[in-house]
Design a protein around this ligand. Sequence first.
Ligand code: NAD
Length: 260
Amino acid sequence: MKLKDKSVIITGAASGIGKDIALRFAREGAKVAIADLQKAAADATAQEIRAAGQIALGVAMDVADEEAVNEGVAATIAEFGGVDILVSNAGIQIVHPIEEFPFAEWKKMLAIHLDGAFLTTKACLSHMYKSGRGGSIIYMGSVHSKEASLLKAPYVAAKHALIGLCKVVAKEGAQYGVRANVICPGFVRTPLVEKQIPEQAKTLGISEEDVVKKIMLKDTLEGEFTTLEDVSETALFCAAFPSNAMTGQSLVVSHGWFMQ
Ligand code: NAD
């Protein structure tokens, strides 16, 4: 029980990586708010956790909407009595070459990945500072926080920016006992990635098999996807770390695709 009685908000937790972290944290004794745009799916995940005898709450939240974020964080605090850990994870992917990237889609990407991280951080930090309990903020970055790929301009820009945001949160939060770190996974087979395979095949004029082998896993050491468990284990390591010695860091989990 590494997170016994810790109150946690995880954005984008109705699917993929966020959901797996929610299930894992709940098994470790945390009270978990499943904050997601898809309310019905968030409720279903919360129900799955409660059916296993653990504590969870489904929360409707568009991370790019300040009011929705503040309301969702307030609802979680009212239910759980505080917030100790934020996992800012909600994300989408849109791919185009830069010269064809619609400005509206660029803005949507930055709103979800970067504004969402800022707004949820701001809402949780003010509570963490006042509570005197400190806290841990975890951003879901990517190998794309360190490396670039074709067609992903706003994703790569936003994921790099999360490292900058994390370092400022680490500096400002230290005096209040708040730490911040970024997890940078390689490709994980979630709905977000499954959707990209045919899209990239079409845009690049290659087979789906080649998108996986020659693009996604090309630079990994064993040609393997990172798994949900790999990412959840890293999130648990960050969340349960016993002191604030580890802060302002980015941890890459990618089968060696990127080495620091
Ligand atoms: P996913 O599509 O399985 O899940 C994303 C979740 O975010 C969904 O439940 C969706 O409803 C939610 N969401 C989308 N927009 C939202 C919004 N505006 N407000 C609240 N919730 C919203 O995707 P995933 O692969 O699990 O990705 C989760 C995070 O991990 C993303 O930040 C992604 O960039 C990052 N990541 C994924 C991979 C990968 O290979 N899958 C690799 C590195 C980083």
